[in-house]
Design a binder for this molecule. Structure first.
Ligand code: A2P
Length: 271
């Protein structure tokens, strides 16, 4: 049973069997294009850091579900998401208006390829993101297993505007101060940011900053090496495609849950 009929005010639509109905606990609007929200966590939900779930809203004749990376760590008692607001987007047009106390629908099965299981062992883990594509990495950087498996984590976040980088700054600060992972993080997590439309210390698309070497110069680190580096990529369709080509040209191989390799990709959802 998955067909839901719009109900008159006050009535709760029937929850489909494959869906959890959860309550919004917090909403934080960063800009007029991006917001984060937190919901209660179903007691039976297990997920691996970096996975996504399908999120929807109740009360529509044909509920629209979209893929959302879980941005909270797997040990958190709530779930957090970081979302774009698309004008007239079938889901985000409504989702951006949620308030604490509202109900969110979430399909029961988390999945995804931005997981440690899809990568072979390595020394440095690069997490390259644009816009809301930072969400899965916000979960991963708070996973102790990342620090056990890699000597260094390098998170890059590129946005059009300075204000769009704030969610990343907030998350990295929370991570550094966290009683569970803060000590593990220490010097092992590097957070690199750039903007493409606002003035900032380092401007440019991540693709350009890789090609012209500014990324490595700014961080004082070695260039990519397929032997020791593992890479996770999350952003727009064009960004993920451009980086996939770039890494394949450098000798990296795309991995999957069933066949771990040296880099993995997921498109950040839009709509
Ligand atoms: P730009 O401002 O030059 O378009 P969006 O919010 O549209 O998803 O974009 C997020 C960031 O990703 C922006 O800084 C944008 O740069 C950048 N971007 C867009 N397309 C690509 C691409 N093909 N490769 C790398 N970065 C990209």
């Amino acid at each position: 049973m998955s067909q839901v009929i719009t109900t008159s005010e006050g009535e709760q639509p029937e929850v489909p069997a494959n869906v959890f109905a959860q309550t919004v606990t917090q909403v934080n609007h960063y800009t007029d294009r991006m917001f984060s929200f937190r919901i209660t966590r179903p007691a039976s939900l297990r997920f691996r850091s970096g996975e996504f779930v399908m999120i929807g809203l109740p009360g529509f004749e044909k509920p629209v579900f979209r893929a959302y990376s879980i941005s909270s760590p797997s040990w958190d008692e709530e779930l957090e998401f970081f979302s774009i607001k698309v004008p007239d987007g079938p889901l985000t047009e409504h989702l951006q208006k949620i308030k604490p106390g509202d109900t969110i629908w979430m399909r029961k099965k988390p999945t995804g390829t931005l997981v440690l299981d899809a990568l072979i062992p390595g020394k440095r883990l690069f997490m390259l993101s644009t816009g809301t594509g930072i969400a899965p990495f916000a979960s991963l950087i708070r996973d102790p297993e990342c620090y056990e498996k890699f000597d260094q984590l390098i998170l890059t976040h590129t946005c059009r505007l300075n204000a769009e980088l704030q969610y990343g700054f907030d998350t990295v600060e929370t991570t550094r101060n966290d009683p569970l992972v803060g000590e593990l993080v220490g010097e092992n997590l590097i957070h690199f940011t750039s903007t493409t439309r606002d003035q900032s210390a380092l401007m440019g698309r991540i693709t350009d900053l890789i090609v012209n070497g500014s990324l490595f110069e700014a961080l004082g680190v070695d260039k990519f090496d397929p032997e020791n580096d593992r890479v996770m990529i999350c952003g727009s369709t064009e960004m993920t495609q451009d980086l996939k080509t770039m890494f394949e040209d450098m000798g990296f191989e795309e991995g999957a849950n069933s066949r771990p390799a040296s880099f993995v990709i997921e498109r950040a959802f839009v709509g």
